[in-house]
Design a protein around this ligand. Structure first.
Ligand code: 2HA
Ligand code: ZN
Length: 263
């Protein structure tokens, strides 16, 4: 199918980021998923597309997503193949006019990710709040997930402070830090509800013993945040494996950065 330029750009970005997730080792098998609100890029030919699937009832009414369109990676699909053949491994869905169900409209009837309840609940919530995010990404970054296995790191902002202190970039480019969601069943509405509570304060959330979820106006932004936080986690791990506990930047050094860069 021939997509307009705006949509082609979004599809290329999804492919690009999916490739990074695979290269980073964050996307074993079908791990991780991506959704992108493409409503602004949708034109009449897409609007006229007939449904390729039955009506699939949403776990709850998505009031703010009525007649919105999403590009979503498919359930069971590998990120490495989303990279090489995006529209063979992702599909475009249209939310109904009453926000109670969706239909797949392009390009093939590929069932969306098992984490669709989280993705759509997040899009619905943030749109309702007037926040400009369009992209939601979920992935399994090794060192960050490892750190959630330590109960000492799960207190509010304990991990944010530790990760900020590993390298100035993290303090500068992830100024909100990371939220934590205690272990919750993957794909559940409860996981979605727990996540949106954290998104009031954070743009990146770690799901205990599972992965990271991040939001952004495009896909580059949330990928970069997870990547930067991961760099800090790797530095922490690297120091520990050299046999010492890293001192970390001091509070004063972090405050200096905060002032210098208006964070
Ligand atoms: O898409 O990562 O959390 C597979 C998963 C579920
Ligand atoms: Zn996952």
């Amino acid at each position: 199918m021939q997509y307009n330029e705006k949509l082609q750009t979004i599809i290329s970005q999804v492919a690009e980021i999916a490739g990074y997730l695979w290269e980073r080792g964050w996307a074993e098998r079908n791990g991780g998923n991506i959704s992108y609100n493409i409503t602004e890029a949708v034109d009449d030919p897409i609007r006229r597309l007939p449904a390729l699937s039955d009506r699939i009832v949403l776990p709850k009414t998505m009031t703010h997503l009525k007649e919105n369109y999403f590009l979503v990676t498919g359930t069971g699909r590998r990120m490495r193949y989303v990279c090489s053949a995006p529209m063979e491994n992702a599909s475009i869905i249209r939310i109904s006019a009453d926000g109670t169900y969706y239909e797949i409209v392009a390009e093939k009837p590929i069932q969306p990710t098992s984490e669709l309840p989280s993705h759509l609940t997040i899009h619905d919530y943030l749109l309702g709040q007037g926040r400009p995010n369009k992209a939601v990404i979920h992935t399994h970054p090794i060192e960050l997930v490892a750190m959630t296995h330590n109960p000492d790191f799960l207190g509010k902002d304990v991990l944010s402070r530790l990760l900020w202190s590993m390298i100035p970039e993290t303090r500068a480019f992830c100024p909100k830090g990371v939220g934590i969601v205690p272990y919750t069943l993957p794909g559940s509405l409860e996981l979605a509800e727990n996540t949106i509570r954290q998104l009031d304060e954070y743009d990146v959330v770690l799901w205990e013993k599972h992965g990271a979820l991040a939001i952004g106006e495009d896909l580059i932004e949330p990928f970069d945040m997870i990547d930067t936080l991961s760099k800090s986690a790797k530095i922490y791990e690297s120091a520990c494996s050299m046999g010492f506990h890293p001192t970390g930047m001091t509070e004063a050094q972090m405050d200096e950065l905060k002032q210098a860069f208006n964070l």
